[in-house]
Design a binder for this molecule. Sequence first.
Ligand code: ARG
Length: 483
Amino acid sequence: MGDQKNSISRDKPETGDATKSQSQTMWGGRFGGGPSAVMQEINASIDFDKRLYRQDIAGSKAHARMLAGAGILTADDAAKIEAGLTQIAGEIEAGEMVFDPALEDIHMHIEARLRELVGDAGARLHTARSRNDQVATDFRLWTRAAIDQLDGLYAGLQNALLNAAETYAGSIMPGFTHLQTAQPVTLGHHLMAYFEMVSRDRSRLADCRMRLNENPLGAAALAGTSFPIDRHKTSAELGFDKPMANSLDAVSARDFALEFLSVLSIGAVHLSRLADEFVLWATSAFGFLKLSDAFSTGSSIMPQKRNPDAAELVRAKVGRIMGAHTGLMVVMKGLPLAYSKDMQEDKAPVFQAVDDFELCLVAMTGMLEDFHPNTEAMKKAAGLGYSTATDLADWLVRALNLPFRDAHHATGAIVKYAEDNSLELSDVPLTEMQKIEPKITNDVFSVLSVEASVASRTSYGGTAPDNVRAAIKVARLELLNEK
Ligand code: ARG
């Protein structure tokens, strides 16, 4: 074996102790030597937190304006800072910023570049601020934007669900419990169940947004500041409802991220259930639907295969998203107040979960816009498994005034006769039914078809096609009124 010195393979060459690093020009007044290469590597977050640059610049601009308004900075310095920050945003967007782990994170990168551009004015920006309140502010702003972005995609998914539900409002399929045929339902009704879940997911997102929308900026390192800052002003400017009330809480709270990840986890669970049904329905055993070419792949060995990979991956992504939630819960558990560097590990799971979730929403929407149910096969399957047995029992209650338990028992006996004689319920001769329940009349056959079954389910929230159409109408109006 080769060099065993280092058991972990590293793709970066080790260097000895660095001389004073770039970041130390920010905090290294009391340091002699520089950090080791490993220290630099474990400390740096720039690889992922560069995604916060927009929020960091917005937060810094608001801070600078507020400082000038309070007479802590001159108007001239504030103007220089603002112009410099605008230029830096352009540079980052153009891909011109060189990211250097020695500068640790996005906050230091932007500040260092600002000092290059506007000198002393840039060096005054950090007055009455710490990276602790800065990063908390940036991350809240980022998460808020992510919520808004995901909510827009959710609306698209709901629209796709409504369109498909409308098309298939009268298409009969088996409804299952225990994945055993239970009672006939319509595909429109089934899809509207997901619409409802997604509505709740969106309202959970909105709740989370409401709670996170408070401003940590101005809490400084942990205790607040002796400068006469105006936290209400930066709050208004950054679109926060108000400043966070406690400076210790402001810099150490990450429950907004935990709540967000838990909301995404629940949302991902819902998407995975729908995805799983697509996978199941696309099997040749079910034969309920064909996924479009756009959302299927072939097999490299079995030429006949058509695999629902997109649905499978949506089903699987929930693992990563829940993992992000669990991971951050564990990072936060037991952390003393206020800021600890542990909390730098908050961003990667949130970024990853948002990326995964976004992809799931887009893929699921695409599949719904482009799926082809085999409505004939669904309807045929709906009639299997004595799915209208409950309708028979209900008829015995309604027409013969039997107590439901007796009706249930008599129906069970009729189902057994049908099964023993390989008959559908509607093919059991009346005379045979009368051997079990003498008062049964010919009228019973009117409730045994799947069409009659679904049409009769008119109770509020039931599967009758007219109900489903009415529910779609209400939902569509709600969706339209959001805009
Ligand atoms: N990169 C850091 C983070 O994301 C910024 C805050 C650093 N604060 C500090 N006191 N070292 O948590």
